[in-house]
Ligand binder design. Structure first.
Ligand code: BF8
Length: 671
């Protein structure tokens, strides 16, 4: 009998055009197929997600399970009798899983913050002189928020306190926020007074940052907390400890050490890589590493060394939030979003990809093995098992030496390029680097030096409201499609967008971060404001820990007056159209409990437990003034946010567009 040849199935390959709206990414996905290099876009076709996991009703917190409680196709009529072996209900399981996601996200942001606080302490103790205090004004402001005295009384006279003393005490008090034995999170009082009091009444003010995360792990252990309302209360404490604690401290201390961002020009997308330059791509989150690499790569001796090795210079660029950090303080171009990390290597021009922590896909090692690219891990807690990955542990005490070694390694690798270089010729100009301070400068009134002009334009209806649109890419959706659709729909309807993380990079690639974008994409009111003050309709506020800037900007709006007494009262909404990480859930939850109506796309991780789902997606509004919502269709998603904004305008009595009136001092005071 003739032996039948076994048919080998060809691997499924992603359709480039169906995978991304970005032409540069489409070209690189097609290129990966030509070269036989597998990427996340291909794997998303072959590996389907578990439907029960997506619904949040799979419990694997003990070895009697996993207990899987799928939602019946016909839904649940009458009593929900589903339970795990121990009797845990769908609500308990979904709430446990949800707050474990908050714990994961809060831990990631806050441990990042702790790393920065430790470097800040080393600087304050003068153990290192490579990092310095760049923004003394911000140090004094932060000292004030942490209760550190900035003046001292000498012979009845109030004198400025020594700046080194202030720095040391500020560093110590800041670090204490992670594990102090008693008291409450000091930054909780930075929220509007009404919000702080609401948290106090609800009993959700965090005690310290670490404790709330640890307590989630305890409560969700087999047989501990089995009341979804009590479980989510703990999730709320941990989320506040992230947004108003670990993340906010990370942002503040980074600004003190590396400088508070002010608007800068740059470019975005894979086309920022240069064929004749050494391309060093930095990926991850903590700017401690990237700050030093930026400094070293700009040294003349390094540029000369690169030239000696045949390159025209050194081109730095960034992926993920490290990209945002380097952009906002140094104007270093953005190479791409989370889903473009493999694609940057597939250009054949990436001489080194240097990574620190978070959002680093292990597959970059496999992709790099097909090229000459050196993948260099630098953080003690984030290493990769593949043999081709080099680990150079970065330490602030010998930061310059470490950075020099890394930059030299990239330069030495320039001559080893083997595949034909193909850099997509697509990039967009951008203006980034907005923050609480610069927004005050651009949109604040010279009259009061606050957010008054912003409030005034919200009240008169030129700006309908403000949206924070943030978060990841998700390989289960078309790359950047939902980000861009949501943002364009919002600005078309006069909603000013504040952005961070990968949404910010997506908007950058799409050309939405330029003042010129206002005339093309905005409604008449928003376009007029943007053109008058010269800002883009989408303001880039930084990395994901910098979502704390959105919280503080929202608080400044409340303080400026005329739009209620709390964040929940003014027309603001949040969104993460392509979320995927636990960090996004922690961010979403601190937005919600800070009073922001927040919509996510893709999937919702408690959909399999309707009662719990209804609690956080509906009943929460009565408790916190903010709630979760879910809509995968990006146009409907944006309109749900706009409907919320309109509801708030109506509640404030500003729902009818008013013409701008000249206001005298007395009328402003009345507001
Ligand atoms: O922290 S947006 S994919 S890069 S998790 Fe990661 Fe998500 Fe991007 Fe920044 Ni944030």
């Amino acid at each position: 009998m003739a032996e039948e040849k076994k048919k080998v199935k060809a691997p499924k390959l992603a359709d480039p055009v169906a995978s991304s709206i970005d032409v540069a990414s489409q070209e690189m996905i097609a290129r990966s197929h030509e070269l036989g290099v597998e990427t996340i876009f291909d794997r998303a076709l072959t590996m389907k997600p578990c439907a029960i996991g997506v619904q949040g009703t799979c419990c694997k917190n003990c070895s009697m399970g996993p207990c899987r409680l799928p939602l019946p196709k016909a839904g649940i009529e009458g009593e929900d009798t589903r339970k795990g072996l121990c009797g845990a209900t769908a609500n308990t399981i979904a709430a446990r899983n949800f707050i474990r996601m908050i714990a994961g996200g809060a831990a990631a942001h806050s441990d990042h913050g702790r790393g920065v606080a430790e470097v800040f302490l080393a600087v304050a103790k003068k153990e290192t002189d490579v990092y310095k205090i760049k923004d003394e004004e911000k140090l004094l402001a932060v000292a004030g928020h942490l209760g550190v005295a900035t003046t001292v009384e000498v012979d009845g006279e109030e004198l400025d306190r020594d700046i080194d003393e202030i720095a040391l005490e500020t560093a110590e008090v800041a670090l204490n926020e992670w594990g102090k034995p008693e008291g409450e999170l000091l930054y909780a009082k930075r929220a509007p007074k009404a919000r702080y009091e609401l948290w106090k009444k609800q009993g959700v003010i965090p005690r310290n940052i670490d404790r709330e995360i640890v307590e989630i792990m305890h409560r969700t252990h087999m047989g501990v907390d089995q009341d979804y309302k009590n479980l989510i209360k703990q999730g709320t404490r941990a989320a506040i400890a992230d947004g108003w604690g670990g993340s906010m401290l990370a942002t503040d201390l980074q600004d003190i050490l590396f400088g508070t961002p002010y608007p800068v020009q740059s470019e975005a997308n894979l086309g920022v890589m240069k064929e004749d330059h050494v391309n060093l791509v930095i990926h991850g989150h903590e700017p401690i590493l990237s700050e030093m690499i930026v400094a070293v790569a700009q040294k003349q001796e390094m540029i000369d060394y690169a030239k000696k090795k045949g390159a025209a210079g050194i081109q730095l660029s960034g992926i993920c939030c490290t990209a945002n950090e380097m952009l906002q303080r140094h104007g270093i171009p953005l190479c791409g979003t989370f889903l473009q990390q493999e694609l940057a290597i597939i250009t054949g021009a990436c001489d080194a990809m240097v990574v620190d922590i978070q959002c680093i896909m292990q597959n970059i090692a496999n992709v790099a093995a097909c090229f000459h690219t050196k993948v260099i891990t630098t953080h003690r807690i984030a290493q990769i098992e593949q043999d081709n990955v080099i680990h150079i542990e970065f330490d602030e005490h010998h930061a310059v030496e470490d950075a020099e070694r890394i930059v030299k390694m990239a330069i030495d690798n320039f001559a080893n390029r083997k595949a034909e270089v193909m850099i997509p010729q697509h990039k967009a100009p951008i203006v980034a680097g907005f923050g609480v301070e610069s927004t005050e400068y651009h949109l604040g009134g010279s009259f009061r030096g606050t957010y008054y002009t912003l409030n005034d334009n919200i009240i008169n209806g030129r700006i309908r409201g403000v949206a924070g649109v943030v978060g990841c890419n998700n390989a289960r959706t078309k790359h950047n499609h939902d980000h861009i659709t949501v943002v364009k729909e919002l600005i078309k309807n006069d909603v000013l967008v504040l952005t961070t993380g990968c949404n910010a990079i997506a908007c950058a690639m799409e050309g939405l971060l330029t003042p010129e974008a206002a005339a093309v994409h905005c409604g008449a009111g928003l376009a007029e404001v943007c053109e008058t003050v010269g800002i883009p309709p989408v303001l880039h506020l930084g990395s994901c820990v910098d979502n704390s800037r959105i919280l503080l900007a929202a608080t400044e709006v409340v303080k400026a007056g005329g739009l209620g007494n709390d964040i929940s009262e003014w027309p603001v909404a949040g969104s993460a159209p392509e979320w995927m990480s636990e960090k996004a859930i922690s961010i979403g939850h601190y937005f919600v409990v800070s009073g922001v109506y927040t919509v996510v796309g893709v999937t919702f991780p408690t959909s399999g437990a309707p009662v719990f789902n209804n609690y956080i997606c509906k009943e929460f509004e009565d408790i916190y003034g903010g709630m979760w919502d879910f809509e995968p269709d990006p146009v409907k998603h944006a309109h749900m946010m706009i409907a919320h904004i309109d509801k708030k305008r109506k509640e404030l009595g500003i729902d009818k567009a008013r013409e701008r009136v000249m206001m005298d001092f007395a009328s402003r005071q009345a507001l």
